[in-house]
Design a protein around this ligand. Structure first.
Ligand code: FAD
Ligand code: FES
Ligand code: MG
Length: 279
């Protein structure tokens, strides 16, 4: 059992949990993830390690409530416990001094891009970061991202904070303005696809973190398979980061939607259970 020692509400739909796990905190690196199971009847879901503190023996997870399990997790409180938490899983981000890099975090993706931007900055890169969300209410960690970036651009769909528009508009301006060696992007699959398309005319290497459906996280079940450069890869053991220029995003979209009907039933049942408890 792993204890939650701190909980913060970051936005109306996302929460930060600091969890005691000294062993994992020692080993964690930017880009890696964990698989959690909240309780005995719970399903396994992957979550990126958004931060880690080897000294304190803690890791941080940021959860966006999109369905049954993420809502159950969002309802947990400080001092509650999580039954299973395995990791660190996946390869760490490849960090080196590339020169000038762009880091893009969209929505919940701001959390996983943060340790990558921090590591890139520490390795001596000039880090230009772009964080985006639908509106100001959904933005978080602007201060943390600013602290690890040479320049930070904030973008919202409705203009309620920073530049009004899409992260790709700022990405395009930056690419046209100066020589960029690499882009790192994490966010909704559709955002990552368009970030890659913005880089493609320049053949600019763009690393994306693929959020395919995962079950075991050990390369056994095949649930997370993705097509990269015409080859089948398992995001859990071969990734989760891949060269975006080679990723078949349309295949990823299809696979992400496989269980939509079952997911709808699960969330409906959960809400009905809550109503029953109220009666
Ligand atoms: P459901 O209603 O069951 O599903 C909603 C949608 O979430 C689905 O349509 C599908 O696209 C996706 N999903 C469902 N089950 C899984 C699964 N087992 N694995 C992956 N995706 C699934 N989310 C965060 O909030 N924070 C993170 O840091 C984070 N990191 C991730 C890292 C990786 C490597 C991957 C693959 C996914 C990550 N996700 C993260 C996505 C998160 O796992 C899903 O949002 C979560 O599993 C949804 O479960 P649910 O029961 O709440 O929703
Ligand atoms: Fe099972 Fe990747 S999650 S093979
Ligand atoms: Mg689910």
């Amino acid at each position: 059992m792993y204890q939650i020692i701190e909980k913060q509400v970051l936005t109306p739909v996302s929460k930060l949990f600091v969890i005691k796990h000294p062993q994992l905190a020692q080993k964690a690196q930017a880009g890696q993830f964990v698989i959690i199971r909240l309780h005995e009847k719970g399903e396994r879901i992957p979550l990126t390690i958004a931060d880690f503190d080897a000294k304190a023996g803690t890791i941080s997870l940021v959860v966006q409530e999109v369905g049954k399990t993420s809502q159950e997790m969002g309802a947990l409180k400080t001092s509650d416990q999580i039954l299973d938490l395995i990791g660190p899983l996946g390869y760490a981000s490849h960090i080196q001094n590339y020169g000038t890099v762009i880091c893009i975090g969209g929505g919940l993706g701001i959390a996983p891009i943060y340790p990558i931007a921090r590591a890139l900055k520490k390795a001596g890169n000039r880090v230009l970061s772009i964080i985006g969300a639908r509106n100001q209410e959904l933005l978080f960690w602007e201060d943390k991202m600013r602290a690890v970036s040479d320049e930070l651009y904030v973008v919202t769909d409705d203009g309620s904070s920073g530049h009004k528009g899409l992260v790709t508009e700022v990405q395009k301006e930056l690419i046209n303005k100066e020589k960029i060696q690499k882009v790192f992007a994490i966010g909704p699959a559709i955002m990552m696809k368009f970030v890659v398309e913005t880089s493609r005319p320049h053949q600019l290497s763009t690393i994306v973190s693929l959020n395919s459906i995962m079950i075991d996280g050990t390369g056994m079940c095949g649930g997370c398979r993705v097509q990269v450069g015409g080859v089948t890869k398992f995001a859990c053991v071969d990734g989760p980061e891949f060269e975006g220029l080679d990723v078949d995003f349309d295949n990823l979209f299809k696979r992400l939607n496989y269980y939509r009907d079952e997911e709808k039933v699960a969330i409906k049942k959960q809400h009905l259970c809550r109503l029953d408890n109220i009666k």
